[in-house]
Design a protein around this ligand. Structure first.
Ligand SMILES: [Fe+2]
Ligand SMILES: [Fe+2]
Length: 350
């Protein structure tokens, strides 16, 4: 039987203290489509918002639990350091710099990371975000068919002048060239980068595509894994980890932090195979949970990072027309009888 290999990320779920503010930021400012407005099925007094591209394609889905009173989280071992969103070109990245700066969002970069250029900022809750260019890619310092085979020391000199660049005109609208195509990469923090790598390779079928050092901290290992067939790296699949070897600084969940990340299973049948596979590796995994728009199983990385495998289907058009996604508050059938109470408890999103 062919070994299981995930196609990449399905979604990332973060924590917000204000759904209206999150909608204004990710919808209004960053131009994502709200593809589902629902509640946390385990806590129906709180919103669960889903943003995405193309009706919510896997790999482009950003979701938020709204917990108004959540304390501020902090990054650390077993947590996500930042989420990078993909943009096609450096020119479009500069438009984002101008648009964000004009909106009063502090931005740093672009910084030339070699494999891509990176612009950094944070959402209103403090979740660290990056906008990363699609290219030039991981093959700039090792052959495309032999990625991740050696430890790459980043160049000590890098182009600094691009940090001063911005777009010359205000950018009041998100133009098509600026489209943020969902998850470019997710960077987490681990206390044992070799153990983590072994886990992601064996449990999820990801492949190491780059072994290097954190360009902002030359003593910290920075490894990249992705869907990789020995020729090309799949989009929406790059998980990178900073290795804080032996660190006891554990991530604190909360506002401005990632709650969990989800990888793809293409079908319910494949998800059943994934579950058997994880169990065969001795990984503690939940039973299949029905999340209406997909089905999910949950487990953890060795460093504690909460993980999920979610099915591609049935998708967000299962309970409202594809051209009206996100317009109405949608509830699963077992919560419909509580709709009046639930609607009263939620702040309208307008
Ligand atoms: Fe990054
Ligand atoms: Fe999830």
């Amino acid at each position: 039987m062919k070994p299981l290999e995930t196609l990449g990320f399905h979604h990332i779920t973060m924590v917000s203290t204000s759904a209206p503010r999150t909608l204004a930021f990710y919808g209004g400012l960053l131009g994502f489509n709200l593809v589902k407005k629902t509640v946390n099925f385990d806590d129906p007094g709180a919103y669960h918002l889903y943003f995405g591209r193309g009706g919510g394609r896997p790999g482009t889905i950003l979701t938020f639990f709204e917990w108004a009173h959540a304390r501020r989280g902090h990054w650390g071992v077993g947590g996500v350091h930042h989420l990078a969103l993909g943009v096609a070109t450096p020119e479009a990245q500069l438009k984002w710099k101008r648009r964000l700066t004009d909106a009063g969002v502090p931005v740093s970069g672009p910084i030339d990371r070699g494999y891509f250029k990176s612009l950094y900022f944070a959402d209103p809750d403090g979740q660290v975000l990056e906008i990363a260019t699609a290219g030039p890619g991981y093959a700039i310092d090792e052959p495309a068919d032999a990625l991740g085979r050696r430890l790459v020391v980043p160049p000590s000199e890098r182009e600094e002048s691009i940090q001063q660049l911005t777009h010359p005109e205000p950018v009041p609208e998100v133009t098509p060239d600026m489209t943020l195509d969902g998850i470019h990469h997710i960077t987490g923090i681990t206390d044992d980068v070799e153990l983590a790598g072994d886990f992601y390779e064996r449990a999820l079928g990801l492949r190491v595509v780059k072994k290097t050092f954190n360009q902002d901290d030359e003593h910290t290992k920075h490894y990249f894994w992705a869907r990789y067939d020995g020729a090309a790296v799949g989009s929406h699949s790059a998980l990178t980890l900073f290795g804080w070897e032996g660190s006891r600084q554990i991530a604190r969940p909360g506002a401005g932090q990632t709650h969990h990340i989800a990888f793809r299973a293409v079908s319910a049948d494949e998800q059943a195979e994934w579950r058997d596979h994880l169990l065969s590796l001795g990984i503690d995994v939940t039973t299949v949970r029905d999340r209406t728009y997909f089905e999910s199983i949950y487990f953890q990385a060795p460093d504690g990072l909460p993980l999920e495998i979610a099915t591609d289907g049935p998708g967000f058009a299962i309970d409202e027309p594809a051209d009206e996604l996100g317009a109405a508050l949608k509830l699963p059938t077992w919560l419909e009888e509580r709709r009046p109470d639930i609607e009263r408890s939620l702040v309208p999103l307008g």
